[in-house]
Ligand binder design. Structure first.
Ligand code: SF4
Ligand code: SF4
Length: 408
């Protein structure tokens, strides 16, 4: 797709990048059936190809409106289209660019801007978020049912964190909302790591990974958070940590992208690349043979339906890893149905686009529960909390299942 950047963009880094990214799209439409929003609305402008046309218009300076922005807002950034595209179009980068341009050309109302800023401020501060969550949980029973469904029950005791006793060490990122919503996930990861001979450490002053700000139009804030994490992670790597690990696949994907996002910052480019190269999803640290060595065997354990987060399978390209580990830990996997379909969580998407999000959740739960599993496993706290209220069976992070199998 040929695009001629408008006067203000022509010859700039952004204009050149947009031109190069757009050029690789050959309009074939193979991506359409993979796109969750196109499957729900049937509108070409809610498909990857339709959005690429809209981004081309933005780049070329053609007339755009709030409708253009709405079609870009409806994209989940799930990147299922990238996996389906035979031409290797880097859609994730294109949509970031398109969103940046549309924010500049079609500003949001003060109310919309305040709401988005509010999400970034509250959700990226773990202590503030946890305090507000506790208040919500305390008054939950007095709230209307629609609101109750949005506030998860207080989690039960999360299990002990083993004392540091191994020479091998990894940084385990805490995340922003996960400590408040599901503190058991990282504790479970710490127990599994301990059983395979790895200690965990925290980094002082950990910030939000920046994904929230990045996707809500606060790119500057996101980059500042990334820089502070790069500083702290480099200290840990210098001191011998093997990897920067995240148990939330959305955060892990963002950290893996630091190198690209800070590539033009001379003070951070090299160190950001180093952190990205050291970033790992929790499933990249554990091997089936280590689980066997720790005493787990494939067998006739509980039946699990695996929900692969988009950030894990499409973003980090780690499809198949968790399934192998769950089987090595003795769980029986349900045959995958609609495995590449987004569950509709996508950060704050479930709040900003509730109709589409709920329809996708309904479809995903139907697919996951078709084989009557005993539990649904996922790899990202956002997906977990989105699916949980609508699921007839428990929804857990997969590492909690493995930790429980080891504890037995
Ligand atoms: S990222 Fe997901 S929702 Fe967005 S266009 Fe691609 S497939 Fe559709
Ligand atoms: S599959 Fe790729 S090349 Fe074809 S329309 Fe979609 S993005 Fe463009």
């Amino acid at each position: 797709m040929l695009a001629r950047p408008a006067a203000g963009l022509e010859g700039t880094e952004r204009g050149d990048e947009a031109q190069a990214l757009l050029r690789s799209c050959v309009h074939c439409g193979f991506c359409l059936p993979a796109c969750p929003t196109y499957r729900v609305t049937g509108n070409e402008l809610d498909s990857p190809r339709g959005r690429i046309y809209l981004i081309k218009q933005l780049v070329e300076g053609a007339a755009v409106s709030a409708t253009t922005r709405e079609h870009l807002d409806r994209c989940l950034t799930c990147r299922a289209c990238e996996r389906a595209c035979p031409s290797g179009v880097e859609y994730g980068r294109l949509i970031d660019l398109g969103r940046e341009l549309v924010e500049e050309r079609v500003p949001r109302t003060p109310m919309q801007r305040a709401m988005r800023r509010g999400f970034v401020e509250v959700l990226s501060r773990p202590r503030l978020f946890a305090a507000l969550l506790r208040v919500g949980q305390a008054v939950r029973s007095a709230l209307p049912s629609a609101l109750q469904a949005r506030i998860p029950q207080r989690p039960s005791a999360a299990g002990a964190v083993p004392a540091t006793r191994h020479a091998r060490r990894v940084v385990l990122l805490e995340g922003c909302v996960q400590p408040g919503l599901a503190p058991g996930i990282n504790r479970a990861a710490a127990r599994v790591f301990d059983r395979i001979g790895i200690a965990i450490e925290r980094i002082p002053g950990e910030q939000c990974c920046g994904a929230l700000g990045h996707h809500l139009g606060h790119a500057g804030r996101a980059l500042d958070q990334a820089r502070r994490n790069v500083d702290a992670c480099c200290v840990a790597l210098d001191a011998g940590a093997e990897a920067i690990v995240s148990s939330a696949s959305a955060c892990g994907l963002m950290v893996k992208d630091y190198g690209r996002l800070l590539a033009t910052d001379p003070a951070y480019a090299a160190r950001a690349r180093r952190v990205s190269e050291a970033a790992r999803d929790v499933s990249e640290i554990i091997t089936p043979s280590e689980l066997a060595h720790a005493g787990l065997r494939p067998g006739a354990g509980p039946r699990v339906a695996w929900q692969a987060p988009c950030t894990l399978q499409h973003g980090q390209r780690l499809a198949g890893r968790v399934e192998t580990l769950l089987q090595a830990a003795g769980f029986r996997l349900e045959p995958p149905r609609e495995a590449t379909l987004c569950c509709g969580s996508a950060g704050t998407y479930s709040i900003l686009q509730p109709e589409l999000s709920q329809e996708l959740r309904r479809r995903k739960i139907a697919a996951l529960t078709a084989g009557a599993p005993e539990v649904i496993a996922t790899g990202n706290v956002g997906c977990l909390e989105h699916l949980r209220p609508a699921s007839p069976v428990p929804v857990r992070h997969w590492i909690e299942l493995v930790a429980a199998a080891l504890d037995r």
